[in-house]
Write a protein that binds this ligand. Sequence first.
Ligand code: ATP
Ligand code: MG
Length: 420
Amino acid sequence: MKIRVLKGVRDILPTEITQWNFLHKQAGKVFSRYGYKQIIVPIIEESGLFTRSIGQQTDIVEKEMYTFLDKGNRSIALRPEATASIVRAYLEHNYSHTGLTKFFYSGPMFRGEKPQAGRNRQFYQIGVEAIGSYNPFLDAETLNLAIEYLKEIGIKNFNVLINTVGSSEDKQNFSRKLKAFLLPEKNLLCENCQSRYERNVLRILDCKSKSCKKMLKNAPKIIDCLSQESLKDFAVFQNALELLKVDYILDPYLVRGLDYYTKTVFEITHDKLGAQNTILAGGRYDNLIEQLGGPTTGAIGFACGVERLLLAQKAESFTANIASKQSIFAIGLGAGSYSRIFKIAHTLRKNSISVHLDFENKSIKAQMRQANKLNCSHVLILGDDELKDDNIIIKYMDKGTQELIKISALLEVIKRELTP
Ligand code: ATP
Ligand code: MG
């Protein structure tokens, strides 16, 4: 039997790469405007990093994390997300002495969940982390950055949802209240939520099942359980969003799946993506740095799913308007001419010109067909007759014309032709 790609994992083919690279390039451009610097963290980490940060009672740690024992019997995980790794790196390299530190990253993440449209087992995220401040103005800046990035990559039909989950004490108080509210009808919750009730009751707010949604209609709201400080921070955040003219929807039931979130949380959803419509999500994680052995430090970040960004772009019929690089097809007919064109191709490539060459001794007709298929802008034809007189034929594919020129003039002619 043929070996096929794993379930929930996919190849990203050359046809998608222009768009793919565009997404990444624009991310770097927009993020650096806000002072973010790129960081690359490993794909494997000690499993403990994630169990300690994301939380034991979360879907990721309970069901989705890919872990294995290495030869030294250490438990290693394929990273399910990057925030924990970045905080680890932040502490390991003593960034905590340098004030506000802003990182951006991109790369593959791994979660063993049920594959479906927009949900893969290996998927890619682009994200930012700003570590070193509790100021809610930073929350507004971060969310605004997310929005600016989406606009920059041609995505427009999205909704910005915000909420606060409060400090960790607020979260605990609220969890107690929510449990009390749900208790009388606990057995009407979906199976998943019945176990969430014990393990991580906040996650019930995130349940998509109709019956759970119905039960939650009159559920207590986090906002009514907040301390004065959390309330004030949330108000400052919203005021700052208004200063930046950010359109948002306050969703009092918005929560995030990982334990480390505190206070500000947000999600950006896309109108046309169906069930997996969250293209970007983030929030504050003011306890995480301390939890991983660092000083108490405020921090906030977000991550977007690259596959979902691509789907959103597609839904909006956006294609990156990037001129494809012009290229040359070089044909040598006969042994002597082939050796010569082989050398000419080398010279052109050294001058940053993209050149295709046949290696199968194909007929001129077959090679012309190939040049058309590759959308080459020019074809060079060198036969023994031309070679004898140090000439070469250059075909201008756009115009459908051709010209005999001196081989010695070729480089200059092509350079002139390819200058935009
Ligand atoms: P979801 O509710 O969609 O599972 P999440 O809360 O697990 O999202 P985060 O961990 O916050 O998501 O990840 C941020 C973003 O990464 C998501 O908004 C989504 O765009 C993307 N993402 C998360 N899991 C997957 C996946 N399995 N496949 C593709 N993209 C994903
Ligand atoms: Mg998830």
